[in-house]
Design a protein. Structure first.
Length: 289
């Protein structure tokens, strides 16, 4: 609820939901959702929505006075609480490649900063984890950003972009992408997954006719199959491949390169997600090392 009050104050200062969102790192839709939730909680209409700017109603002006006082007091309280004294539970999720990537290092860093916070980490696919975040069964999750717009109060933070490459066994003599896709068995990144759908669109756009042998959502299994000579595959350049020691060679797609976006999804109206920002800072700090 404190976040909602902070958002109310930002809207009052900056005049529009969009400007307040830019200031807070939220989308206009996320700001609108927070304000609707706040109005429902207080049982009053905070804004006159007849114009293009966010004009506070009389009830909104009265609420703003109390909101700013509460935010100020809360800020004084939080500044007085050391990280080591923070308690609670972080319910986070992560896709498999992130579990093998820097999530472990981020967990160690987060644990050093917040030794009294319990962390429950759930593995899963991007689709599964996003559904759990939507249901507020998870506070946040590291997933592949879907191709469709996020709705229902979901907020996205980008961690990195991973280029897709063609991976082949280390002993493969050819580096011709078109020839390899036409003449070697193709191990497909499951087409209904977020990342696999990008591969499917690439193949259709380039009109590549591949001879499929296996289809799976496990990037690690695909890389190990390629390493053992079972075929070739198009995968993102995730750190997980180095962790599992897959002996493969990556061939760039050059001008045809496309990317998957890795980041954190959360619900802006989740009252239990107060540790998300601290978890995000740990992930970002590890990513920048």
């Amino acid at each position: 609820m404190i976040r909602y009050l902070e958002t109310l104050s930002a809207v009052a200062r900056h005049g529009t939901f969009s400007a307040a969102g830019d200031r807070l790192g939220l989308t206009q839709s996320a700001v609108s959702i927070q304000m609707r939730k706040l109005e429902e909680t207080l049982g009053v209409e905070l804004f006159d929505r007849s114009g293009r700017t966010a004009v506070l109603s009389q009830a909104g002006r009265r609420a703003l006075v109390h909101a700013e006082q509460i935010v100020q007091l809360f800020g004084q309280m939080t500044h007085g609480v050391a990280d080591a004294d923070v308690t609670g539970t972080l319910r986070a999720g992560a896709i498999g490649t992130e579990m093998l990537g820097r999530v472990v290092d981020a967990l160690l860093l987060f644990g050093q900063r917040f030794p009294n916070v319990d962390v429950h980490l759930t593995p899963g696919s991007s689709l599964e984890l996003m559904a759990l975040v939507e249901k507020q069964q998870l506070d946040c999750a590291l997933i592949v950003k879907p191709a469709y717009p996020l709705e229902g109060g979901l907020h996205w933070r980008t961690l990195r972009r991973e280029p897709f490459v063609l991976i082949v066994p280390q002993g493969e003599p050819s580096s011709d992408v078109g020839w390899l896709l036409a003449h070697r068995p193709f191990i497909r990144y499951e087409r209904h997954s977020h990342g696999g759908s990008l591969v499917e669109r690439f193949l259709r756009r380039r009109k590549y006719a591949v001879r499929e042998s296996v289809e799976t959502d496990s990037i690690e299994a695909i890389a190990l199959l390629v390493a053992r000579g079972a075929g070739v595959a198009i995968l993102p350049t995730t750190p997980a491949l180095a962790v599992i020691g897959a002996k493969v060679r990556a061939i760039p797609l050059e001008t045809d390169t496309f990317y998957r976006e890795i980041g954190m999804v959360e619900r802006v109206d989740n009252p239990h997600a107060h540790l998300n920002g601290d978890w995000w800072r740990a992930l970002a700090d590890i990513h920048c090392e």
